[in-house]
Design a protein around this ligand. Structure first.
Ligand SMILES: *Cc1c(COP(=O)(O)O)cnc(C)c1O
Length: 725
């Protein structure tokens, strides 16, 4: 099953660039990125750091020149050697600790995957988590395949109109210039599978994305023999229409299992990321029933090899389908499960009276191991699902554990911070970044050096915004006032707060505007000014969120704010890299108990940007009193209006009394030693704990391995991806 080798002609000496281009391994290895920058810096920058696009568009003379340039060749040889070593590594953490425990890979199902901005198949944190897990699995040597949907139109691209409203732009992914490859079977045809949707049969095909040693399989309904409507079924992510959503989820869950079978992949474990993927478990029951097992036995069997992660702390956030829709699309499936319609529908019954088929309930019924994504979320999830386990007398008895999320450190560390850590922690710090002892050495970094790097990162952010503004202005995409609103008046010396995430209501993007006059005083202080950068998308069907976003954009062009409030449009992984490292303070103010974990603050802390956050999600366990600030501590009123008022008051006073004075208190060389102390403590305390490495080791030790039979000698690992001949 070889992916079609893309027809890119390269000089022989550097022909393996194609292979590297189609493995996103390069994206978390600085020398890999360096190689493509060096090849054509103009195309690298203009194309949004997309090597496939570079290889498709680069002038042949440049390739030829590179193939004889000793400096380029030296880098090329060293990158390829690192790549080969990683891909063939036998001394990985998993291999050395748990050799032979997994016969087949872990199959990780998710509705979104965020691997790189050139593959926009994500809306936010859920996708980032899935992408970070795929990368970390590769780094740890844990065999894994990802299963998701190919959304040719992705989520959407955001544009801000002249009057400050979000506009959604949908464009089709140019498959020729994206790091995806079609998958062919040994007889040369595209790998296909089918699913029944009500009374029609849908054909599915599959693409593959290489993420180091992990392979991601993306299912596509755009097959010629499908009807035009069906060909577009997987066109967009998180479509509001419930009927399209249930069909997408059948394609992902049921189709995903069938695609893996068609590929000849036999997973040892199945990990369902959030309820969107739960039909995967039904299909595996069906397989066993078809082979002659009784339903109960099949259920017991598949439960034992299923892990489910829930991310939704509010009942209204769960994926629920009406019984009518379930009947419409699955009624011919009921008999194949070997049980009556009522029994199938029962699997989706929650205790929340949501009057339908709840995908989280289905997941809980069909997974032996369930987890929430932070300690506090574990408490909330057990409380929320206690009614589901009548035998759980106490909340603690509910069998949902927690594994707190973490971020993939090599992906999210800024190059400048990476160098600083190489100099002062260890040249190979990345290899042992979940070791707390390594991070004790942060104390030894001279304040002046750390401050210089922090300043440089802010300058990079300001320059990035300026270049975008210049590009959009000269292309006549925006008018002068929009140039200001997107941040052209930001100043690199000024204390900068970032509020950057999806504009979901519970995240309260506009909380800092609660008392506009007070905010104007804070921002406009002539000696100690403050500026705020916002970025994030509203779901296209979420009108309150869009109004909120409009409010923020209006403030950004309000002259009273002096150009010190900015809204940077079209937030994605690319802008995220500049923002998480480039601001001074990372603001997070969700309504309490509604942010399951949150991960952007971890990326910020990693880069020396302390977290200013409500004590929710990971910050509830991550805040230690000296690594950032906690908003509204200890007081949790019931009424939302009161919560807003109290949290806003707390936010203002922390800014006025602690953050602003500390940031501007300098020695005679302009270095803020008090500030640096917090920066260092943020790095030291956050990185080794809130990294994807710690998280995936926890998943492996607590949820994956206990389900597997004891180690058997002599088993060979089945590679997670077919080999390219
Ligand atoms: C990290 C990240 C997120 C998640 O942010 P939260 O803190 O969980 O709200 C969303 N979008 C992008 C592009 C990210 O990089």
């Amino acid at each position: 099953m070889a992916p079609d080798s893309p027809s890119i002609e390269l000089p022989r000496r550097i022909e393996r660039l194609v292979e590297l281009t189609y493995n996103l391994w390069w994206s978390w290895h600085p020398e890999g990125r360096g190689l493509f920058r060096k090849l054509d810096y103009g195309l690298w920058k203009a194309g949004g750091h997309n090597p496939v696009k570079i290889l498709r568009e680069i002038a042949p003379e440049k390739l030829k020149a590179a193939s004889t340039d000793p400096a380029f060749l030296q880098l090329y040889d060293s990158v390829m050697a690192d790549f080969d070593a990683d891909m063939a590594a036998t001394d990985t953490w998993f291999a050395s600790k748990h050799q032979n425990r997994l016969i087949g890979p872990v199959a990780y199902f998710s509705a979104e995957f965020a691997i790189h901005s050139s593959l926009p198949l994500y809306a936010g944190g859920l996708g980032i988590l899935a992408g970070d897990i795929c990368k970390e699995a590769s780094d740890l040597g844990l065999p894994m395949v990802g299963v998701g949907l190919m959304y040719p139109q992705g989520y959407f691209r955001q544009r801000i109109s002249i009057d400050g409203w979000q506009e959604e732009i949908y464009s089709r992914l140019d498959f020729d210039k994206a790091p995806v490859l079609p998958v062919f079977s040994s007889d040369g045809d595209r790998v296909l599978a089918t699913v029944q949707l009500g009374n029609r049969l849908l054909l599915l095909t599959v693409w593959q994305v290489r993420v180091g040693a992990t392979t991601l399989y993306l299912i596509d309904t755009n097959v010629e023999d499908n009807s035009p409507h069906d060909r577009d079924l997987s066109a967009r992510l998180y479509i509001a229409d419930r009927e399209v959503r249930i069909q997408q989820e059948i394609v992902l869950g049921i189709g995903g299992v069938r695609i893996l079978r068609a590929l000849g992949i036999q997973p040892s474990l199945w990990h369902a990321n959030e309820g969107h993927t739960s039909f995967m478990m039904l299909e595996r029951i069906k397989e066993k029933v078809a082979a002659g097992m009784a339903f109960e036995e099949a259920l017991r069997d598949i439960r034992a090899t299923t892990v489910f992660t829930t991310h939704t702390p509010v009942p209204a956030g769960h994926d629920v389908f009406s019984t009518d829709l379930v009947d419409k699309y699955l009624s011919n499936y009921y008999a194949q499960l070997g049980i009556k319609r009522e029994s199938v529908l029962n699997l989706g019954q929650s205790s929340h009276n949501d009057g339908g088929f709840n995908m989280t309930a289905l997941a809980l019924a069909t997974s032996e191991h369930c987890n929430a994504v932070s300690r506090l979320h574990g408490v909330v999830a057990r409380r929320m699902w206690q009614g589901y386990w009548p035998r759980a007398k106490k909340e603690e008895d509910v069998p949902i554990v927690h594994i707190t999320n973490g971020v993939h450190v090599p992906t999210w560390v800024a190059p400048e911070m990476n160098k600083l850590f190489q100099q002062h922690l260890a040249a190979d710090w990345v290899k042992k970044h979940d070791d707390p002892e390594l991070w004790a050495r942060v104390a030894d970094i001279p304040d002046e050096e750390l401050w210089k790097v922090r300043h440089k990162l802010k300058l990079k952010l300001v320059n990035f915004i300026l270049e975008l503004a210049q590009r959009d202005w000269s292309n006549r995409v925006i008018e002068a006032q929009q140039v200001v609103a997107m941040g052209a008046l930001l100043h690199p010396e000024v204390l900068t707060i970032g509020f950057v995430r999806r504009f979901a209501g519970y995240k309260r993007p506009a909380l800092i505007f609660h008392d506009v006059e007070r905010l104007k005083r804070i921002v406009g202080d002539p000696w100690h000014p403050v500026q705020i950068v916002f970025a994030g998308k509203s779901h296209p069907a979420d009108s309150p969120s869009k109004s909120c976003l409009h409010g923020v954009c209006t403030s950004a062009s309000d002259r009273d704010f002096q150009g010190k409030i900015a809204f940077l449009g079209d937030h994605d992984m690319h802008t995220a890299h500049f923002l998480v490292a480039g601001v001074d303070v990372w603001l997070n103010n969700p309504r309490r108990l509604q942010e399951a974990c949150g991960t952007s603050g971890m990326k910020a802390s990693l880069n020396g940007v302390p977290h200013l956050s409500v004590s929710d999600g990971w910050w509830h366990e991550g805040y230690n009193g000296s690594n950032g600030w906690s908003i509204g501590d200890g007081v949790h009123p019931d009424r939302p209006e009161d919560e807003d008022r109290i949290d806003a008051e707390s936010l203002y006073s922390i800014l006025e009394q602690e953050i602003v004075p500390l940031f501007y208190e300098r020695d005679r060389n302009g270095v803020p030693h008090g500030w640096i102390r917090i920066v260092k403590e943020a790095i030291r305390s956050v990185v080794p704990v809130y990294c994807a490495r710690r998280m995936l080791k926890d998943y492996t030790n607590q949820l994956y391995l206990p389900q597997l039979p004891a180690p058997a000698a002599g088993h060979q690992h089945i590679p997670s991806a077919p080999d390219i001949p």
